[in-house]
Design a protein around this ligand. Structure first.
Ligand SMILES: [Zn+2]
Ligand SMILES: [Zn+2]
Length: 167
């Protein structure tokens, strides 16, 4: 796909969408995933997918296809990230953190419950169930494990903010 002469195909009519050309995506997130999302060459093609998907509320968003060079650069960058991710997965937190057995590792709630609830309420008016803090704590622990691997790779004894920025 790397040497393709167009950016993507229209998901409805299969017309090629050229590099640098305007195209349309659906406002609904399930139609608009970064890699696998639907792309449309014109608004009419976007409209064509509506009956099938039964969106309650949707609109077409105009986008511009990257230039061929931008696109190639993006592909290369994503490939690099994927390789880095794979390497991290192979090294694995288990190996990198092997000086502690899992029994020693605290499983505390790492989230300030009241602040989390305030945030969700302010943002949406919704309540927050108690289990959420456990799930989020696990997410934080996973992120920390990855950051520890990064810090170790850089031969530091301090986990730094930038260790979390590796996508
Ligand atoms: Zn089309
Ligand atoms: Zn859609």
């Amino acid at each position: 796909m790397n040497d393709s002469d167009h950016f993507r195909l229209c998901s409805s009519c299969k017309t090629p969408i050229d590099f640098g050309e305007t195209y349309y995506v659906c406002s609904v997130s399930t139609c608009n995933r970064k890699r696998t999302g639907l792309t449309f060459c014109k608004v009419a093609c976007w409209e064509a997918h509506l009956p099938e998907m039964r969106h309650r509320e949707a609109w077409a968003e105009e986008e511009r296809a990257p230039s061929r060079q931008q696109w190639a650069a993006q592909q290369a960058e994503e490939q690099e990230k994927a390789q880095a991710r794979q390497k991290r997965a192979q090294a694995g937190p288990a190996e990198a953190l092997s000086n502690r057995t899992s029994d020693d590792i605290p499983r505390d709630i790492l989230i300030v419950v009241s602040k989390l609830k305030n945030y969700i309420r302010a943002r949406s008016g919704m309540n927050t169930s108690d289990g959420v803090t456990e799930v989020l704590s696990d997410i934080v622990r996973d992120a920390c494990d990855e950051a520890i691997v990064e810090a170790r790779r850089a031969e530091r004894r301090t986990v730094m903010a930038r260790d979390f920025n590796v996508e």
